[in-house]
Design a protein around this ligand. Sequence first.
Ligand code: ZN
Length: 267
Amino acid sequence: MLAGVKPVTHVHARESDLPALTEVARRLRVKLLVFARTAGGEARLQVLLGASEKNLRKTAELWGREDVNPGRLLGYPACCMRAYEKHTDDTSGTDIVRAIARRTKGAGRLPFLLNDVFYFYSRALAVQDGARRQALLAANPGVDLDLLNAILWHPCSFRCPESRRKAERIWKTMKKVAPALAGSLRFALARPVLFWDWDRFAVLTRRGGPAFSYAGVEAPKSLLEAAPSALLARGDRLVRAGKSFAVRKGDKTLGVLPGEPLLLNFS
Ligand SMILES: [Zn+2]
């Protein structure tokens, strides 16, 4: 919102968060609208923040409707919204990161500002996914996974020019107003990731030398099975092997990773 990218921001909150959110709105000189409130226990609220009262009302009206999406008011690029809508219609169970990677053309490193591997917020589409999400959060105590993304939408491609342009604006503002957050984001996002599924991935520490060398596996942790995790921890280099990668240590091949992992080289 401060970067001028999002006309409206949506927040899930508790009743007890409301004084703090009201203070945020006052300091930013924007308006606040509570448009939904659950009954029983401590109420869960849906809150909108933004400069224009009209935009807040319009977003609240469109929220949760199947035929129209409030994405434009939330600052999402049109191309990325179209891609996301197409993805939510896809019943194959393919994770959105795989769909984005498929649409990403060109070789070379990917801009870390568009890394949405840890953007779990919109991944829990089926009931059982809620439990997977909780398991991921439990595996990463002290890491706020909901804050590990620079853009607040899924890009249509990891090279989407419109997402990149908006991401650069967000980044410039974040470095100025929240330098500590910008630092931790860069640390988490500017890394290569081996990706199987939204809760099964390995974040690697890049190392100089022959492609593709790595120095270890980093946080955040995923729910990747013990065997491939141990194999990765023992190796220091990945070499293409069919649709997967062989893990090597020096000249020795230690084994081949299962499945068809993607190597997303964010930097
Ligand atoms: Zn796009």
